[in-house]
Ligand binder design. Structure first.
Ligand code: RIB
Ligand code: CA
Length: 304
């Protein structure tokens, strides 16, 4: 039975790669894509999500979401993902339209009408998810778990303390981590370890049309280095399909919402300060070689 998921995303180069896997793997049933301001504005993240859906000719609805964080001033990541959010490839121009519902309304409707619990996969800031829980708390009983890209037990990538998705909307992240829904924190601790290597990137270029598209956008990712490039969001799908390749540790995670460490995910790593209570399964290690070979294998199976 395929895993029923909704992806809430801010495409975004690595979001585009994650959507590629979710749209094409038969073990994943992607019911809805919602978009949020993050890497670039929500108009651009929505257009980019529609480009990916159109590229694969998939009939998955896309609903546009929040234009800015709950409280914090919006700050994008165009320096990493380019002004468009997904540069480097000439996507089809005849794009589908987003559905008329807002992201929150679409999330509510799909979750409440699903014939089984939904797994929520946020790969951008968590603004839409926080608004959903605030406006429609009844959805919580219909969500299997949340597999969220964001956070770090170690170094951040926006400040030394904070990772981008949490830093951009820490108030939303706090609401999500207090929701009591099982959360898998897919943070920088593993996404900066499982880099897509230069060898993998070269294989993509000549593999098929999908590989060429991913290669052409990934080479524009501002985080490219001689060692490879982090495909942060793709790790959520890898976790869903190959949890055996990722080591997790249950712990209580607090979100810092003000001061110089704003956006930090503070893990009670010794379980010493919350009476044994935990609110997250934190990914602490990953088989980087398995991630690379899975990534290449996944794309090679796409007949496009
Ligand atoms: O910190 C990495 C996260 O920020 C990823 O989701 C990437 O797409 C950006 O949104
Ligand atoms: Ca993202």
């Amino acid at each position: 039975m395929a895993i029923k998921i909704i992806m809430d995303s801010d495409p975004g180069i690595d979001d585009a790669a994650a959507l590629t896997m979710a749209l094409n793997d038969p073990q994943v049933d992607l019911k809805l894509i919602t978009t949020v301001a993050g890497n670039v504005t929500v108009d651009k993240t929505t257009k980019n999500a529609l480009k990916i859906v159109r590229f694969f000719n998939k009939d998955v609805p896309v609903a546009a979401g929040a234009k800015q964080p709950l409280i914090k001033k919006f700050e994008d990541a165009a320096r990493i993902h380019g002004e468009s959010g997904m540069p480097g490839y000439d996507f089809p121009k005849d794009l589908p339209k987003p559905i008329n519902e807002t992201a929150v309304e679409a999330l509510h409707d799909v979750i409440m009408n699903s014939d089984g619990k939904i797994t929520l996969v946020p790969t951008g800031t968590y603004t839409n998810v926080a608004l959903l829980f605030s406006e429609y708390p009844e959805v919580k009983d219909h969500i299997e778990k949340i597999v969220a890209m964001g956070g770090s037990l170690g170094m951040g990538n926006m400040t030394s303390a904070a990772e981008f998705n949490i830093f951009t909307d820490p108030d939303a992240a706090k609401i999500v981590y207090k929701s009591s829904i099982p959360i898998v924190m897919v943070g920088l601790d593993i996404t900066t370890k499982a880099l897509l290597t230069p060898e993998s990137l070269n294989k993509l270029e000549y593999m098929n049309k999908t590989g060429k598209m991913l290669h052409d956008i990934i080479i524009h990712d501002g985080e490219n280095s001689d060692f490879g490039v982090a495909m942060h969001d793709v790790n959520t799908i890898f976790y869903l399909l190959h949890p055996e390749a990722i080591t997790t540790k249950d712990m209580w995670v607090d979100i810092v919402t003000d001061g110089p460490a704003i956006g930090e995910t503070v893990g009670d790593i010794r379980g010493a300060y919350h009476d044994g209570k935990t609110n997250a399964k934190v990914c602490v290690d990953i088989d980087a070689a398995a991630f690379n070979s899975w990534f290449i294998d996944e794309v090679s199976r796409i007949n496009k």
